[in-house]
Design a protein around this ligand. Structure first.
Ligand code: ATR
Length: 294
């Protein structure tokens, strides 16, 4: 039995199996996270890291039912390609354009995406009082994480979403992908230049979805002065947990939400589907996962 990593103890022949496919997969905190819940709930099961090369993803996914796996999480670089490889997708996965959770069912592989759910749940847990309708939300970045969060914010009822990205063409592409959902929900979408002075004016939420501020990456340099004092500042970077953005926001008195909550909450629906228990995000879980960051 290991402390903190995936295996919950000795496995019986009936053990429920799940895991995470990535390339590389060694950095993934998911085995530690699911391992905590498996031990906590004394489940006869295991959650294992699966190093799957990009051109073998289809083979690996197709092997899941034969191996008796209940499903897997997917991480870089498999999330987008998996959309075309599963048998069915949930509306969330289709709209986000990526799969992070695969559930093996009677009728094949179901691809879901729980990243947006995880982000909204982390806001709800980390910042009492944030309301989607309170004001414009500003999203820095236009990658896969930005798309998941944008979809979730529109669904949550944000009425104005400002997309800000270093490469404006990517933000325009993201805006085009979100246009139908935004129209349906009556949300306004705008694309603003990187470091636009007006981007933060009147906003109630600022979210960093870029890699800036992550260990080994350049810092995110942004002047928070135009941001209203009560605006919530969230970062999806969780290494370090307290990014420069969050430290700066905290110093100005903004409520802040760190990136670990999204990681922890996005895992809950998969665990529930595979192992039959709805797990909780607790301080003990946070501490265990944080210890994995070294
Ligand atoms: P993911 O899918 O994980 O969200 P991604 O698609 O690689 O990751 O996106 C990374 C985001 O970080 C992008 O918005 C990227 O901006 P560009 O579209 O201009 O590349 C942003 N990013 C990365 N390095 C950056 C930097 N030095 N300055 C500004 N933005 C940066």
């Amino acid at each position: 039995m290991t402390d903190g990593d995936g295996v919950s103890g000795y496995l019986s022949g009936r053990a429920a199996l799940a895991g995470v496919m990535g390339w590389p997969v060694g950095h993934s905190l998911s085995p530690r996270l699911h391992g905590f819940w498996l031990r906590q709930h004394r489940i006869d099961g295991a959650y294992v890291p699966l190093a799957v090369e990009p051109d073998r993803l289809e083979q690996a996914l197709r092997a899941l039912p034969a191996l008796g796996f209940r499903g897997v999480n997917l991480t870089i670089p498999h999330k987008e390609p998996a959309l075309a490889l599963v048998d069915r997708t949930t509306p969330a996965a289709a709209r986000i354009g990526a799969v992070n959770t695969v559930i093996v069912g009677q009728d094949g592989l179901l691809g879901d995406n729980t990243d947006g759910y995880g982000f909204i749940a982390s806001l709800a847990a980390g910042a009492r009082g944030w309301e989607a309708g309170a004001g414009p939300a500003v999203l820095l970045g236009a990658g896969g994480a930005a798309r998941a969060i944008a979809v979730a914010l529109i669904d949550a009822g944000v009425l104005e979403l400002r997309l800000v990205n270093r490469t404006p063409a990517r933000a325009e592409t993201l805006a085009a992908q979100l246009a139908d959902a935004a129209r349906e929900r009556g949300a306004a979408l705008t694309v603003l230049p990187w470091q636009d002075e007006d981007a933060l004016a009147g906003a109630s939420l600022l979210v960093n979805t870029t890699s800036l501020g992550m260990s080994g990456q350049p810092p995110l340099e942004i002047d928070l002065a135009p941001l209203p004092a009560q605006a919530l500042v969230a970062d999806i970077v969780y290494s370090p947990l307290e990014t420069g953005l969050l430290a700066g926001a905290r110093a100005r008195g903004h409520p802040v939400v760190d990136g670990l909550g999204m990681l922890l909450h996005q895992a809950r629906p998969g665990f529930r589907a595979w192992f039959g228990v709805a797990p909780e995000v607790t301080d003990a879980l946070r501490a265990t996962v944080l210890a994995g960051l070294g």
